[in-house]
Design a protein around this ligand. Structure first.
Ligand code: ARG
Length: 258
């Protein structure tokens, strides 16, 4: 509960900051005309849809969630058609870095290292890392260093776990589907991952619990392929409009409640 309140508070702060900075910028539609993308008329984004409520596949196989919904509205404002290329998180990061997608839209945490290879948009939500384990495991931040920690390859959870406990304590998998299978099969003791997503997996998988971590909060943004300043500005203008009129908050609330 405390976490939920913290998350909501962080969100409100981020949203009001964005709303404040957005008011002075040009309408998104103006920015749209000057934007060039990989494929004319399209906004091609790379994403790892194993990350509910941010991006996941529904029963019909469609990619849905907070970010696809926000991004579709942004693309619309820019006069572009949204195309989501689904792949593992590590590949989704690489695609935008190599200019094979216009942006990575995949619950990406803004970090100093990543700022070197992407032009990040404004941030729209914050999370913190959490530890997921089987009920009764007694695993917390205090004894995390004694465990075998499962992570998704290339995530901040992966980076923190290896930096703090060494590669011998960490097993990396390509998708959260396989990370959670490994936990169920006792191939790992716990998972270090974003708390909002941990909650979604726990809700869907009985017998799992979450412990808070002491890692710093992380901000999510869209990682635009480096150098496409017009696209960053266009996305930011559209995002500011969608924030100011309450759309972003409504989308976040809708998926967080599910
Ligand atoms: N926020 C974390 C990071 O940026 C995890 C993101 C994982 N995203 C995903 N769609 N699986 O590293």
């Amino acid at each position: 509960m405390k976490k939920t309140i913290a998350l909501v508070c962080a969100l409100v702060i981020v949203l009001s900051l964005c709303a404040a900075c957005g008011s002075s910028s040009a309408p998104a539609a103006d920015a749209g005309s000057a934007i060039t993308t990989l494929e004319a008329g399209k906004l091609t984004v790379s994403s790892s849809p194993d990350f509910p409520p941010f991006e996941y596949t529904d029963d019909s196989g469609a990619i849905v969630g907070i970010e696809p919904e926000i991004m579709a509205l942004i693309a619309d404002k820019l006069g572009l058609e949204l195309v989501i290329d689904a792949m593992d998180f590590d590949s989704a990061l690489l695609a935008a870095q190599q200019g094979k997608s216009d942006a990575v839209v995949s619950g990406v945490t803004v970090t100093e290292d990543r700022k070197l290879v992407y032009d990040f948009t404004d941030t729209y939500i914050s999370i913190t890392q959490a530890i997921v384990s089987k009920e009764g495991s007694g695993i917390t931040m205090e004894n995390l260093g004694e465990q075998t920690i499962g992570v998704q390859r290339g995530t901040t959870g992966h980076i923190y776990a290896e930096d703090d406990y060494g590669t011998d304590h960490v097993v990396a998998y390509d998708t959260y589907t396989t990370v959670f299978q490994a936990l169920m099969n006792d191939q790992i003791d716990c998972i270090l991952m974003d708390d909002a997503v941990a909650k979604a997996y726990i809700a869907a998988n009985p017998g799992l619990v979450m412990a808070e971590s002491t890692y710093e909060p992380e901000n999510f943004a869209f990682g635009v392929s480096k150098g496409n300043t017009a696209l960053v500005e266009g996305i930011n203008a559209a995002l500011a409009e969608l924030t100011a009129d309450g759309t972003v908050q409504a989308i976040v609330d809708k998926y967080m409640a599910e």
